[in-house]
Write a protein that binds this ligand. Structure first.
Ligand SMILES: CC(C)(COP(=O)(O)OP(=O)(O)OC[C@H]1O[C@@H](n2cnc3c(N)ncnc32)[C@H](O)[C@@H]1OP(=O)(O)O)[C@@H](O)C(=O)NCCC(=O)NCCS
Length: 143
């Protein structure tokens, strides 16, 4: 399971995958804009899922991660997170951050198993009223 690098030509597929995973999907134009931003990079497994990240100096952050419902619990999310961590490290980042809703059991389980640790809490951060848990992984070690 080796994710490939995302290019701007993938914007449509990303929008479709994102809509299958989130109640408030990002459209194709939003992905096109992100994918031409110099410090944004992404990895995907075609038809299954993708991860999009931004790198700033020695820190990187996960902007979004989506796996199609029909292929969940097959290790796709884990493979995407590991590939993103390796890519971020190769680009010079020594930490990888993310925000996840405190009621997102699947994502919290994935990140905890991938060596992320809680690094902060943003109360009532999401429209649903859920808190955002900020998590961080040090990139000089592997999960
Ligand atoms: C979160 C998400 C990306 C996980 O993708 P996935 O491909 O199903 O994850 P994996 O199969 O790699 O699972 C890795 C681990 O995460 C945990 N996990 C995944 N789904 C879980 C669930 N529904 N309940 C509890 N733990 C879960 C488990 O520890 C799992 O390991 P295991 O299967 O060996 O027990 C996927 O559910 C998704 O796209 N959700 C909607 C969008 C989303 O929430 N994105 C993240 C926003 S921060």
């Amino acid at each position: 399971m080796t994710p490939r690098r995302i290019t701007p030509a993938d914007a449509r597929q990303l929008a479709v995958l994102h809509a299958s995973a989130f109640e408030r999907p990002w459209d194709e134009a939003a992905f096109e804009a992100l994918l031409v931003t110099f410090n944004v990079f992404g990895l995907m497994l075609d038809g299954q899922g993708f991860i999009l990240c931004r790198a700033v100096a020695d820190e990187a952050e996960i902007l979004t991660l989506a796996v199609a419902p029909l292929v969940r619990r097959n290790g796709v999310g884990r493979a995407l997170v590991e590939a993103a961590a390796q890519t971020a490290h190769a680009r010079g980042a020594d930490s990888l951050f993310l925000e996840v809703a405190s009621d997102n059991v699947a994502a919290l389980g994935l990140y905890a198993g991938a060596a992320f640790e809680p690094a902060g809490l943003r109360k009532a951060y999401y429209a649903s009223g859920a808190d955002a848990v900020v998590m961080r992984r040090t990139l000089n070690t592997r999960a």
